[in-house]
Design a protein around this ligand. Structure first.
Ligand code: FE
Length: 206
């Protein structure tokens, strides 16, 4: 079923939403009501800063609390519901844990399914045809382009999101973070590290 079919379970917006948005933006800009640069800044804020903060809090807490981590990995929904990180596009979350043996990476090959309550709105590249096709075909090459170089012994596992199941990557806690609390740890957790196309920042770099 095509993605722009309004009856498709992934469909969330009217047909041609991008076109409608663009048309609105054009009208508002022509009338001098909005500044396109300001719009870009707001979009960036939701994509990369405000949006993913919920997910970062969850990851940081899993790093410091072994019981929370175990529950998050085995049965995350009661936990996420209690935290309020629940809702449309996040009803059925699965959390996959990175280890020295396995690096996890998330894609939606069909369209752009994404855990909104935890990560906000998906970045443009996540929705791109190139990422959707290549993440499955040549994940290591895609990771290298994101600046992620994994040890040769680390396998890459790619998870294909669906309308039913959304994935969150639990990245490995960086070294040198022993004394840090949850909030300081959460600051190290980037959006991309929870999609699997990035790694958490090291404390000195944050
Ligand atoms: Fe999708």
């Amino acid at each position: 079923m095509p993605h722009d079919d309004p009856d498709h379970p992934h469909a969330l917006l009217p047909p041609d939403p991008a076109l409608r948005v663009k048309a609105l933006e054009t009208i508002l800009t022509r009338k001098g009501l909005v500044d396109p640069a300001a719009l870009d800044a707001i979009i960036d804020m939701y994509q990369s800063r405000i949006g993913p903060r919920n997910g970062a809090q969850v990851v940081a807490r899993a790093w410091v609390d072994a019981d929370f981590r175990a529950r998050l990995l085995s049965n995350p929904m009661p936990l996420l519901r209690d935290l309020g990180f629940y809702g449309r596009q996040g009803e059925h979350m699965v959390v996959v844990e990175n280890t020295p043996q396995t690096h996890n990476m998330v894609v939606c090959t069909l369209c752009s399914c994404y855990p909104w309550p935890l990560l906000g709105i998906p970045p443009g590249w996540y929705k791109s045809d190139a990422y959707r096709a290549r993440a499955v075909r040549e994940p290591r090459k895609v990771l290298a382009e994101f600046g992620v170089e994994l040890p040769a012994g680390t396998a890459v596992r790619v998870w294909d999101s669906t309308a039913e199941i959304r994935y969150l990557v639990l990245p490995m806690r960086p070294e040198g973070t022993d004394g840090l609390g949850v909030d300081a740890l959460a600051d190290l957790v980037s959006r991309d590290s929870m999609i699997g196309t990035g790694l958490p920042a090291r404390p000195e770099a944050a």
